[in-house]
Design a binder for this molecule. Structure first.
Ligand code: URA
Length: 282
């Protein structure tokens, strides 16, 4: 009886801390997985690898021993720097997906079930960036597949688009426990991966949904109410030229505040216009 109460109190405590899902039956060595994926991201193309191996007669890189001791989490500055380096080494979306899946510098990965990268068409002219996976996205491993995602699909359909015509991703590839807001540290650690993803997809138009994505990618302090409906040039130091970026309300906000759909409709019409006719009026 007393033991039951203790277990109940412990479960309550976990639930309040945002732990609301069982993750795995057995412990996983995510550090080992991380190192292996970084090696994958840095691995040369097969022909180059074969030539190098033949030249040096060295064995191909091996996975770390399964009983290798877990490395401690990197300090945030180092994690951001290492994300930067790893992302910059990726020359294809596949490499980036492998590298993010293996990266262990962000503690969110330890509580998430899936690494959620992108969905849709990597050749699309329009790329949408949200905040972070929710519970359904974490379960399915795809962005925007829960209630907010269904509304996003309807918003896209309103201007004649669907997931085959856009590429969808998030600021963070891992669900924050209990859907809490991402911290500045988590955003800074994951942003190099997102920026590399934008460089590799190279869309013509970037749509940032919600204040978190808008502020982080536009480097602005204003909230979404001020930022939405405007167009900004977005670029990274590695890009030649810039991408036209705009922001609008997050569909999760629209589910709570349907009166904001009027503004979003205007934003969608402006996006449709730029899709069809090119430059936005700045
Ligand atoms: N909200 C987001 O910002 N992204 C998702 O993938 C789902 C909900």
């Amino acid at each position: 009886m007393g033991e039951d109460r203790g277990i109940r109190a412990l479960l309550d405590w976990y639930a309040r801390a945002g732990v609301d899902q069982a993750i795995d039956h057995a412990p996983r060595d995510r550090y080992g997985e991380a190192e292996a994926a970084v090696a994958v991201a840095r691995e040369p193309a097969p022909a180059q690898a074969a030539a190098q191996a033949a030249a040096s007669r060295e064995p191909a890189p091996t996975e770390p021993a399964p009983d290798a001791p877990p490395a401690p989490l990197l300090p945030p500055g180092d994690a951001t720097w290492s994300a930067h380096e790893i992302a910059a080494a990726c020359t294809s979306l596949d490499q980036l997906v492998a590298a993010v899946g293996a990266f262990d510098g962000c503690a969110l990965k330890r509580t998430a079930t899936s690494t959620v990268i992108g969905d849709g068409n990597p050749q699309a002219a329009l790329m949408i960036v949200g905040e972070a996976p929710g519970a359904e996205e974490d379960r399915q491993g795809l962005p925007f597949v829960g209630p907010a995602g269904r509304l996003l699909d309807r918003m896209l359909a309103a201007i004649g688009l669907d997931r085959s015509a856009v590429y969808i991703t998030n600021m963070l590839p891992w669900r924050p426990p209990g859907n809490r807001s991402p911290t500045a540290e988590e955003l800074a650690i994951c942003q190099p991966f997102l920026e590399r993803q934008i460089e590799l997809i190279a869309p013509r138009i970037l749509v940032l949904v919600g204040g978190i994505a808008a502020k982080a990618l536009l480097g602005r302090r204003e909230g979404i109410t001020r930022l939405r409906g405007q167009w900004f040039p977005f670029s990274t130091p590695r890009m030649e030229g810039s991408i036209q970026a705009t922001a609008t309300f997050h569909p999760a906000y629209l589910l709570r505040s349907p009166q904001a759909k009027r503004e979003v409709w205007r934003d969608l019409l402006a996006i449709e216009e730029v899709m069809k006719n090119g430059d936005a009026e700045r």
